[in-house]
Design a protein around this ligand. Sequence first.
Ligand code: NAD
Length: 434
Amino acid sequence: MATQDKTKTLAPGITQTQINPYAMMLQQLDMVRELTDIPAGIWEILRRPEKSLEVSIPVTKDDGSVEVFTGYRVQYSSARGPCKGGIRFHPGVTLDEVKALAGWMTWKCAVVNIPYGGGKGGVICDPTRLTHGELERLTRRFTAAIFSLIGTRRDIPAPDVNTNSEIMNWIVDTAGLLSGEAVPGIVTGKSLEMGGALGRREATGRGIMFVTLSVLQRLGLDVTKTRIAVQGFGNVGSIAAQLLSKQGAKIVGLSDVSGAYHCPRGFDIDDVLRYVAGSPGHLLAGYNGHGVEEIKSPELLTLDVDVLVPAALEAQITAGNASGIRAKVIVEGANGPTTPEADLILGERDVMIVPDILSNAGGVVCSYFEWVQNIQCYPWEEDETNQRLGQIMQRSLNEVWSLAEKREISLRTAAFVLGVERVATAARLRGIFP
Ligand code: NAD
């Protein structure tokens, strides 16, 4: 298995990443072009989103004033099935970010071979500055604005950064009112009482755990002697940390937007989770468990660990900090956390990267299970969900790993080749209308 791709250089004409996520996603795509025999016309289709919608979202604030927000829904590809992808509420949302995330969803659904295309949505807002009522009105008006695009067989949103099951419940309720019928399958990540799936909340973190354990085993490393740092302590990071710690790994670094913490003896993750549940804004700020010291946020990424799990936002590991990373393995929890330049630097240093479109796919796999249960009106037991999730993650890792070994390419390149070829095949079989 190569961590470094012999053929891999930045695509012609691109000398540095303007850290624009869409440029990053296209660079990753272009880097695998010569490894596939996808016809030029199909390749051009794959390099563009099918549809991008920008909407204005007027919201009446609690004080009676009106604020107008901007939101997006992008359908990158429906070649393999309905579009699928989360909705992000964040001040840094841009159309290019949503396009990139929708592209990554497309390749991810293909890598794990579930019958979806890729989509994504986002609203430029800071949810911490909105009251509960304002957040609900924003969500419902956004749902109405993108209602023409979404649908159980069209495009199915889910939670992403700063969105959760309550927000999904408002979406499903608003869509139901607008369509005049129950539409539980129009969104995933709902509360259980609203048709959500047992295990969905934990699924992305659980998928990361499955993949990490399997990679450690393949590398002959003992999980109980493994030190792990996790950047981001939200849905993905906190659950990955909790499940990996239950497997015996030592979680020695944690961070979120409020700060970073180091605990060489290993955090008591349940204690951290209790602290965060009761802290203002549900943040790590002020956590002072036994043996814990606060460090500067950038230091989290360069701690002396075996495994690094970036689970916050994109473009965190860059040409600026890649040479300082000491982890042997990076398991990407976030979407797009490593820039293509950082990828090259880490490859030269033999750092193995388990790419986002494989390692964080547990969430969308379980969303697929939720959608299947909604369509069939037949809920599953949690054990069944977790067992099937494990099977799909294991099968996908096996396929990517074998391809990487066979072609002497990195796991990221192998995952892209696998995913992109599957989407290209579907696009070719569909043909071009008219
Ligand atoms: P979340 O909102 O629950 O958590 C995000 C976390 O990142 C928070 O703890 C936040 O404080 C932290 N954070 C933000 N900026 C940071 C910074 N500069 N440094 C350190 N920490 C920072 O979001 P999430 O659902 O956990 O998503 C995290 C990442 O995982 C995103 O890239 C998302 O697209 C990706 N992802 C999420 C899912 C899912 O099922 N939720 C699935 C696949 C991928």
